[in-house]
Write a protein that binds this ligand. Structure first.
Ligand code: GTR
Length: 418
C-alpha cells in the first residue's frame, strides 16, 4: 500500500505570526506534503514485513535526531532496584490488591526514587495492565488515605492543594475522575501509575534534577524531558515483567496530553509495550506538525524548551524542512495496536490533525495482513473507528473521561484476547 500524500491548499498563513496567535481556520493551513511512511529515505518502496522493520528503525532514528533526542547510552536499559514498600491486600473493598514499589538507583545518593503504584484484580494472576503517568502524584489517583502521599516536587495548583511545591493531604483523590480504578479492575485489568515528576520535574532547570543527576546534562543530540519520561515508562515495564500479578506481555502504555506525547515515544522505542494509547496528545504527539493548527512547533518549543531535543526548534519557522511528521510516530507502533483519542473542544491539540495522523500512519499494518484505521473520513463525535489503529473524537474538552476509558478497555480486550 502506498502512502498517499496530503496536499492542502493555502489561502494565507504566515509562519511568522506571533506565537500567541494560534490558527483555528482550516483555510489558513499551509500547503504541505507529508514525509513518506512506506518509502525508505533512499526512495525505495517498503514492500514486506521485513522491509517495514528496517524502515521502522530508520524512522525511529529520525525522530530521535530531529525531535525527541537520543537516550544516552548510559541510560539505555539501566537497571533500577525494586523494593515493595507497602501492600494493601483489601483495596477497593477487597476487590483488588494495591502495591507500592520504589524503583531506585542503587549507587547514587542524590538520584530520584521512582514510586510505582500497582493495583491488580484480586484472585487473578497475570492480569493485563494499563501503565501511565499521572500529573500530581499517585495519591491523587484514588482517595484511599492509605496511599502514600507523594513527597516529590509538584507544580502549585490554583486550589492551593500544593504548598511550597509539596503535595498536601487536600490533594488526595483529586485526579480520580481521570482514573476509573473500579471500572478497570472490574473489567479484569490492572493499573500501574507513576508521578511523572519522579523521573524529571517538569520545569526548565537546565537538566540538573531528576534522572539527569545520574546520567548528566544531555548533549545537544540527547533527550529532553519527554525522552526521560519515556525511559521511565520502560523501567516501570522492567519491573512489571517481574511481578506475578501482571502479564508483562500485555502491558498497554497510556498517557494524556504531554504524557500522551510521552506514551507514544515510549511505545515507539520499546516494542515490549503491547498496546499504545495517546489521549489528547496534540503537538509533538499525535497531531500533524505541518498543519500548524492550534499549538505549533514554534509555540511548544518556546513554552516548553526542555521537552524536546535542541534540534527540534530549528524547524520552528520551516516545518517543511522537518524530515518527519507525527503520522510516522503512529506508524512506528506497527504491527502492534495503537489508539489515538481527541476531544472536540480541544482545538489546541488539533483533533483533525490527530485523526489525519492516525489515518496517514496506518499503511504498515497492511503488510502484516492487518487493518490500521480502515476509514477515510474523520468519524462523527463519539463514534469510535479503527481496527489496529483506533480513533475517536469525543464531545467535551481536553481531559480524560470515562468515555475515553470505555474505549481503551474495549480496544485492549479486543487485542489482548489469547
Ligand atoms: C499545554 C501544552 C500542550 C499539552 C498540555 C498538557 O500547555 O501546550 O502541548 O501538552 O499542556 O500537557 O497539559
Amino acid at each position: 500500500m502506498k502512502c498517499r500524500q496530503v496536499l492542502i491548499p493555502i489561502l494565507f498563513f504566515s509562519m511568522n505570526a506571533p506565537a500567541d496567535e494560534a490558527n483555528y481556520d482550516e483555510a489558513k493551513i499551509p500547503e504541505f506534503t507529508l514525509p513518506e511512511v512506506m518509502r525508505f529515505e533512499s526512495g525505495e518502496p517498503v514492500l514486506t514485513p521485513g522491509d517495514w522493520l528496517k524502515r521502522r528503525s530508520e524512522i525511529l532514528d529520525l525522530f530521535a535526531v530531529h525531535v525527541f533526542g537520543h537516550t544516552p547510552e548510559s541510560a539505555k536499559g539501566h537497571p533500577l532496584m525494586a523494593s515493595e514498600t507497602q501492600v494493601i491486600p483489601d483495596f477497593l473493598e477487597g476487590k483488588a490488591i494495591l502495591k507500592e514499589v520504589s524503583l531506585s538507583f542503587p549507587k547514587h545518593d542524590h538520584a530520584p526514587v521512582i514510586n510505582l503504584l500497582l493495583i491488580t484484580p484480586k484472585g487473578k494472576s497475570a492480569a493485563p495492565v494499563f501503565l501511565g503517568f499521572n500529573f500530581r502524584g499517585n495519591h491523587t489517583v484514588h482517595a484511599d488515605p492509605r496511599i502514600t502521599l507523594s513527597g516529590s516536587w509538584m507544580r502549585p495548583d490554583k486550589e492551593g492543594r500544593v504548598v511550597d511545591h509539596r503535595a498536601t493531604e487536600k490533594s488526595r483523590g483529586t485526579s480520580a475522575n481521570r482514573w476509573p480504578v473500579d471500572k478497570i479492575i472490574a473489567q479484569g485489568f490492572g493499573l500501574a501509575v507513576i508521578y511523572y515528576g519522579d523521573i524529571d520535574p517538569d520545569f526548565d532547570d537546565g537538566f540538573e534534577n531528576g534522572v539527569h543527576s545520574v546520567f548528566g546534562k544531555p548533549r545537544e543530540d540527547e533527550w529532553g524531558s519527554i525522552g526521560t519520561w519515556s525511559w521511565g515508562l520502560s523501567r516501570a515495564l522492567d519491573y512489571l515483567e517481574t511481578d506475578d500479578s501482571v502479564d508483562g506481555e500485555r502491558v498497554a502504555v497510556f498517557g494524556h496530553s504531554r504524557l500522551g506525547k510521552t506514551s507514544l515515544w515510549a511505545g515507539a522505542q520499546d516494542e515490549r509495550f503491547a498496546l499504545v494509547i495517546s489521549n489528547n496528545s496534540g503537538c509533538g504527539g499525535a497531531a500533524l506538525s505541518r498543519r500548524a493548527y492550534g499549538e505549533t512547533v514554534k509555540r511548544i518549543n518556546t513554552s516548553f524548551p526542555h521537552w524536546f531535543n535542541d534540534r527540534f526548534p530549528s524547524y520552528n519557522d520551516d516545518l517543511n524542512a522537518l524530515p518527519v511528521d507525527q503520522h510516522q510516530l503512529i506508524a512506528l507502533m506497527a504491527p502492534r495496536p495503537v489508539y489515538v483519542a481527541s476531544a472536540v473542544e480541544d482545538r489546541w491539540a488539533d483533533p483533525r490533525g490527530e485523526f489525519l495522523s492516525a489515518r496517514e500512519g496506518s499503511a504498515p499494518w497492511a503488510l502484516f495482513g492487518k487493518v490500521g484505521i480502515g476509514v477515510e473520513e474523520m468519524p462523527e463525535t463519539n463514534k469510535p473507528v479503527g481496527d489496529h489503529v483506533g480513533y475517536h473524537v469525543r464531545s467535551g474538552k481536553h481531559d480524560v473521561t470515562d468515555y475515553d476509558w470505555d474505549q481503551y478497555i474495549d480496544f485492549a480486550k479486543r487485542h489482548f484476547q489469547p
